[in-house]
Design a protein around this ligand. Structure first.
Ligand code: FAD
Length: 402
């Protein structure tokens, strides 16, 4: 039996968009999404499995990301207006539908790193960093998590920033920082040694006292280069302190935005899993007929389609709330939790439907099964999202223990 040709099955718009969510986009936006898909098909499809298997990053794709021009609007001199959250969500979906690592690379650079400069940088800082970042000439990373503080990073952040003349000395460690092995600009969150407030800094590559070491042997998102960072007397000028990042509340503002992006990624993975499983079920024969003709197999397919379709409705409405600037932390936390739970369930069903071949990389689904595990945990685990939502719905009864 031939291996399936992709999750990149059809070259048109999302083939499994059962409720035609994409019709909510303008024609121009849909054209841009088609351009993304074309780029993925022609440039990334031939190499993605190989890079995933070797746990390496395909730097040759960065130029293609630049040519898509998706972040050109972020250059302060650009005449383009900021795209809607709905459109940005569909971009995240489309990338993750193809490959969750590339979606993560894009999300870390544009959402976490550029998003922090946009939200917390002064006008001068935006002019300094965003033009090159928006063209993918300088790549960003976002250093929040620490070896001893993932879920508890708000209260437990240990990296310190000590004022030293016209600069700051950063000391501490970060873990899991995506893109950081090669990033030109790394946002580092650190606690002011005097005031204990959390501040944000941009540390430029090759700054003395900054080292980033790749985390080896990951079983998920193998293309993403995650790093352990050490900050050892790392001196940065005051000009690199993000002027509008003054407390963890500012960090949380970024996470509110990017968690909804992760929920969109989860939807992309779900659609991919469904499409891969459907194609396989139509081609694979047992008992003298395609397995797609068995009731139990159809039940799995319909449950997968239901998960993806319902989750897409959730993130679509979330994006509308974002676009109206009325959305809250707990709304993006609920979407992140709900969509990633459904994603994990769906990739499991797709793998189950493909049985033995479901664990062979050539059959595509294995990569999504593995990658779903990382998406499920990053940007806050399900438990932490549940605590954020739980606190909100109980009128402020915080069940975080500290
Ligand atoms: P822990 O916090 O140690 O949690 C372990 C378990 O305990 C979890 O199940 C958790 O839910 C549970 N738990 C903890 N506290 C509670 C509680 N109060 N109640 C109930 N259960 C609780 N971070 C960055 O800053 N930048 C990045 O670019 C980045 N990229 C990442 C990429 C990948 C592939 C991964 C895996 C992680 C990345 N992260 C990044 C870090 C990520 O956000 C953290 O892994 C995540 O927040 C969880 O933290 P932890 O792994 O330390 O788990």
């Amino acid at each position: 039996m031939p291996t399936p040709s992709g999750p990149y099955l059809d070259k048109g718009l999302l083939p499994s968009d059962f409720y035609a969510y994409e019709d909510l986009l303008s024609e121009r936006e849909r054209e841009k999404i088609e351009a993304v898909r074309e780029f993925l098909h022609t440039q990334a499809a031939p190499i993605v499995d190989d890079y995933w298997a070797r746990a390496e990053f395909p730097f040759q794709l960065v130029e293609g990301f630049r040519d898509l021009g998706l972040t050109a609007w972020a250059d302060p001199d650009s005449a383009e207006s900021r795209p809607s959250n709905l459109f940005s969500g569909f971009i995240a979906l489309e990338l993750a539908h193809f490959d969750a690592s590339l979606a993560t690379f894009f999300g870390v650079h544009t959402g976490l790193a550029m998003g922090t400069v946009l939200a917390c940088g002064s006008e001068e800082q935006k002019r300094r960093w965003l033009p090159a970042m928006s063209r993918f000439e300088k790549i960003g990373a976002f250093g929040l998590t620490e070896p001893h503080g993932g879920s508890d990073v708000a209260g437990g952040l240990l990296t310190t920033a000590r004022r030293d003349g016209d600069g700051w000395i950063l000391d501490g460690a970060k873990r899991w920082i995506g893109n950081a092995t090669f990033a030109d600009l790394v946002v580092i969150w650190a606690r002011d040694a005097e005031t204990h407030h959390v501040l944000g800094f941009v540390v430029e590559k090759d700054t003395p006292g900054f080292t980033a070491t790749k985390i080896e042997n990951k079983m998920a998102l193998r293309i993403v280069q995650n790093a352990d960072i050490v900050l050892d007397g790392c001196r940065v000028p005051e000009a690199n302190r993000l002027q509008n990042a003054n407390s963890f509340k500012d960090t949380a503002t970024i996470l509110r935005q990017t968690r909804s992006g992760v929920a969109w990624e989860a939807v992309g993975v779900m659609f991919a899993a469904y499409e891969i499983a459907l194609q396989y079920a139509k081609e694979r024969e047992q008992f003298g007929r395609p397995i797609a003709g068995f009731q139990l197999v159809q039940d799995l397919l319909v449950k997968m389609l239901g998960n993806a379709t319902a989750s897409c409705g959730m993130v679509t409405r979330l994006a509308q709330l974002q676009d109206a600037s009325v959305y809250r932390d707990e709304q993006s936390a609920l979407a992140k939790a709900q969509c990633t739970v459904r994603m994990r369930e769906s990739v499991g069903w797709a793998r189950e439907l493909m049985a033995g071949n479901g664990i062979v990389l050539d059959y595509k689904i294995g990569r999504f099964v593995a990658d779903a595990e990382a998406i499920y945990s990053y940007e806050g685990t399900r438990e932490i999202q549940a605590l954020i939502v739980g606190r909100a719905v109980t009128g402020g009864l915080s069940a975080f223990v500290r």
